[in-house]
Design a protein around this ligand. Structure first.
Ligand code: HDE
Length: 750
């Protein structure tokens, strides 16, 4: 059966009998009657379309009958066609007057092909341009059902989601592992319409009022004259701004901590940042802050790893997310809320809930889990889905309302506005990835890229010609009704007094860090300010650091070769929040990557057994060998040329070369660059040195001691396991990985 033919027959048939295909039924309402004199008081069907109004909506954008899975096979047909569906005989040669003659203007295929190509790019996002996304599902525990009437938060409800992770500053093609904040934006396709939770991996923001957003972004983006540096904050304009604008101190400190360089999107927390207002069926309200907690724990790269990765694999985070999902290692996050009474002053334990530069420590308000999200499907087309998805802080559903946080207010304007330029007009909600999974019955009409063929003649209210439809839904019919909060006040351009506290919470964060995390923060400030040219900028930022902590200020000043200033205000004495530290807990090692260095002089049966054991433990074994192809029966996934230490969470040095043989193919090194006798391939030596310096577990058997010695790694060092039995070595390495790193190897921890 020919689907196109039968679809056409269906249309002809429908039109002949009913006047219009797919006519919407409104249950319990009599079919159209002539319009009444009075405005209708209950919904009725619109007037039936005239027999000549059949509508063109029978075929999809790729020319398939609607309902066919056409978009999945946009290139599934046998023959090349033009955009108009005309079959084409040749797409390799322009139409010319003779083989050496001029190209003819009448070549409609050439013109269409080049015209479309010329317009393939759309503007990248003004911030968060670099991102990567996945589909998944959110399963609600129902534990929030007493504080919100949102249908998707009722017990057991499953809601499809699409999540986009991003960096903030870099362009679309920039590297993934830069020091930056990460976006964590979730679109819930709920039965009550789309809800977007557009968050970050850092719970505070640089500014307390959205009107400052262009300022902070202009300062962070590359310099306007030469457009450098790309995707980073280590430059004069950024530090110039944040050293003058001290409300940025808290967010900046998080950026300088390990949170600024996540190991993986799968290992980041997410935060809604603002305080939101939930409302239940009884109309009672609760203030909340949203948290996403990754099941794999919160882990970071070291700065040196991050920098090497930016060269070796700039798509590191993108690849990691897609690979994990493809392998079936679906990342999961628990959604949780901190809840606060909706008091008139909107303060909690002295913390202003409307100030987005403040957190509420989890020790004061525990995060209560309300559901689990799992990402289980990669997008099939990056542009159609990841690039065209449009999030909006104002995509809300009944049961979730906003507060008067002045940062949120600007966002409620910005996210709609920005899509007009980026997606070319006001109809972006009709792009497939943005379409709600709930019926849409708006009165918005026309505009660029209008995909819908709206029926009816009366997209206005009140009307009688379309039976009074659409009717307005009150709270009882699932309508979104704003919480009727009292508002009053003088018009002023001012901030509340509590917003003047810029240092107590940075100090809280600093005090909550372990020694090694503090050391990383000191290194990060020293690096970033060391990249600035203007002396005044460095000195001014040291004054800011003095108000966080004297040790931090002193250490950074030393690294810069500058005197450490005294604090300009009394230092607060906040209790540390242990929940903020990433060190000291254990996490599943599943999905982690273990490199296994081997060559054909190794006991390949033993290597194979270890490889199987890695797989059985839910981790990814990658065989690294001198050259590609097979090593015995095992495929070689990396060669000494293509591998770099930063890819691996742990390294195993396999095997025992036969006496008189060099370990790991040093004998294969190119003539003229031959290492001394008994040498280990220098690329393996570098790998081991880096694994050691980055505090990652190293295991080995057989020849391992010789390799370790050449890399200058003491066999007794923490996190180094040298034994005789590969599988036993692996077991010990996996235990080490549960802590993410061998923390005691960092100097600060000694
Ligand atoms: Fe955004 N932000 N933002 N932002 N934001 C955008 O919207 C904006 C803020 C966040 O993957 C833009 O569609 C203003 C806080 C994420 O598509 C734009 C202010 C938080 C993403 C915009 C903020 C975020 C964006 C650019 C200050 C964490 C990426 C493209 C008032 C809670 C979403 C776009 C994606 C993107 C404006 C502050 C998170 C221009 C004006 C705070 C995750 O509309």
């Amino acid at each position: 059966s020919n689907p196109i033919k039968s679809a056409v027959e269906k249309v002809v048939d429908t039109v002949a009998h009913h006047g219009h295909p797919e006519k919407a039924e409104i249950p319990g309402v009599p079919n159209s009657e002539p319009p009444s004199l009075e405005e209708p008081v209950e919904p009725r069907e619109p007037l039936a379309p005239k027999p000549d109004q059949t509508g063109p909506d029978t075929f999809s954008p790729t020319g398939q009958p609607t309902g066919a899975p056409q978009d999945a096979v946009a290139q599934g047909g046998a023959f090349l066609t033009s955009a108009q569906g005309v079959r084409l005989p040749d797409t390799d040669h322009s139409l010319k007057a003779g083989p050496r003659g001029p190209v003819l203007l009448q070549d409609f295929h050439l013109r269409e092909k080049i015209m479309h190509f010329d317009h393939e790019r759309i503007p990248e996002r003004v911030v968060h341009a670099r991102g990567s996304a996945a589909h998944g599902v959110f399963r609600s525990y129902g534990t929030a059902a007493n504080i919100t009437k949102a249908a998707f938060l009722a017990e057991g409800v499953e809601t499809p989601v699409f999540v986009r992770f991003s960096t903030v500053l870099g362009s679309r093609g920039s590297a993934d592992t830069v020091r930056d904040t990460r976006g964590f934006a979730t679109k819930f396709y709920t039965t009550e319409g789309v809800y977007d939770l557009v968050g970050n991996n850092i719970p505070v923001f640089f500014i307390q009022d959205g009107i400052k957003f262009p300022d902070v972004i202009h300062a962070g983006k590359p310099h306007p004259d030469r457009e450098i540096p790309q995707a980073q904050s280590a430059h004069d304009t950024f530090w110039d701004f944040v050293s003058l604008h001290t409300e940025a101190t808290h967010h900046t400190l998080w950026n300088m901590s390990d949170r600024g360089i996540p190991r993986s999107y799968r290992m980041m927390e997410g935060f809604g940042v603002h305080t939101f207002r939930l409302v239940n069926a009884a109309g009672e309200t609760t203030l909340v802050k949203f948290h996403w907690k990754p099941k794999l724990g919160v882990h970071s790269l070291t700065w040196e790893e991050a920098q090497i990765i930016n060269g070796v694999d700039p798509d590191y985070h993108r690849r990691d997310l897609a690979d994990a999902i493809e392998a079936g290692a679906y990342p999961q996050w628990e959604l949780g809320v901190q809840t606060f009474p909706d008091t008139p002053d909107q303060m909690f334990e002295g913390i202003d809930l409307l100030d987005p530069t403040k957190i509420v420590p989890e020790e004061l308000a525990p995060v209560q889990p309300i559901g689990l999200m799992e990402l289980n499907r990669n997008p099939s087309n990056f542009f159609a889905e990841t690039e065209q998805v449009a999030f909006h802080a104002g995509h809300l559903v009944p049961g979730i309302d906003v507060t008067d946080d002045p940062l949120l207010a600007a966002r409620l304007f910005s996210y709609l506005d920005t899509q007009l330029t980026r997606l070319g007009g006001p109809n972006f909600p009709q792009i497939p990835i943005n379409r709600p999974h709930a019926p849409v019955n708006d009165m918005l009409r026309d505009g660029f890229h209008q995909d819908a063929v709206h029926r009816g003649v009366a997209p206005y209210r009140p009307n009688s010609l379309d039976g009074g439809c659409p009717f307005q839904a009150g709270a009882g019919e699932g309508g979104y009704v704003e919480v009727p909060v009292e508002v009053a006040g003088r018009k002023v351009r001012e901030a509340p007094a509590s917003y003047a506290d810029h240092f107590s919470q940075p100090r809280l964060f600093w005090r909550s860090m372990s020694p090694v995390e503090k050391e990383h923060i000191i290194d990060a400030y020293t690096f970033e300010l060391g990249k600035c040219y203007e002396q005044a900028v460095k000195e001014r930022q040291l004054r800011v650091l003095a108000n966080i902590d004297p040790v931090l200020c002193h250490e950074v000043a030393q690294g810069l070769g500058l005197p450490a200033p005294e604090p300009s205000e009394p230092l607060a004495d906040p209790a540390p929040s242990p929940a903020l530290s990433q060190v000291g807990r254990e996490w599943p090692a599943s999905g982690r990557i273990i490199g296994i260095v081997a060559d054909d002089s190794c006991d390949l049966a033993a290597v194979g057994a270890v490889r199987e054991a890695v797989l059985a433990a839910g981790m990814v074994p990658l065989i690294i060998a001198p050259k590609g192809g097979m090593l015995g029966t095992m495929p070689v996934q990396r060669t000494f040329l293509t591998a770099r230490s930063v890819e691996f969470d742990a390294l195993l040095l396999a095997g025992a070369p036969a006496p008189g043989k060099d370990a790991y193919g040093a004998r294969d090194a190119k003539a003229g660059n031959l290492p001394p006798d008994g040498a280990v391939d220098p690329r393996v030596v570098l790998m081991v040195m880096e694994m050691y310096r980055h505090a990652k577990a190293i295991g080995g058997w057989g020849a391992a001691p010789r390799v370790l010695a050449q890399a200058g790694v003491p066999e007794q060092a923490p996190g180094v396991v040298a034994g005789e039995d590969g599988e036993q070595v692996l077991r010990e390495v996996v235990l080490l990985m549960a802590a993410h790193r061998v923390w005691e190897r960092f100097p600060a921890a000694a």
